[in-house]
Design a protein. Structure first.
Length: 131
């Protein structure tokens, strides 16, 4: 087997980042006191790192699409989060901003969880096959 030019290290960082994002979404969507967690930003630094270092090329098309879709959802949640924090905490505008943000969290859950699971399986296979 020829050595790879691209390292899986950034993908491992992205797996941890997706794990964090899944845990935040779980707390907001399924938590008893979701109001305490609703302002938690989702992270995308490792995704950007994986792109800049070319690590995403190691993924098959289906998994790369799942990861890209997940981070599209991360951006969507963060956009609604920014709108939420910039809305005065009173009246209909705030209620609407809250509802939109909650729907963004809920709508992103399956996509982000799927990318997390798929990337975890990929990395598990990579470690087993290359040891």
């Amino acid at each position: 087997v020829a050595p790879r030019d691209t390292d899986v290290g950034p993908l491992e960082g992205m797996l941890l980042e997706l794990e964090y994002n899944v845990s935040v979404i779980d707390m907001v969507v399924h938590g008893v006191s979701w109001q305490d967690k609703i302002g938690s930003i989702l992270h995308d630094n490792e995704y950007k790192r994986s792109i800049s270092q070319g690590s995403l090329i190691l993924l098959n098309d289906e998994l790369r699409h799942a990861v890209n879709s997940a981070y599209s959802e991360v951006g969507r949640v963060n956009t609604f989060l920014e709108l939420y924090v910039n809305t005065r905490p009173e009246g209909n505008a705030f209620a609407e901003a809250t509802n939109r943000l909650l729907e963004a969290y809920r709508g992103s859950e399956l996509t982000i969880r799927s990318a997390y699971s798929g990337l975890g399986l990929f990395l598990q296979r990579e470690v087993i096959e290359n040891d």
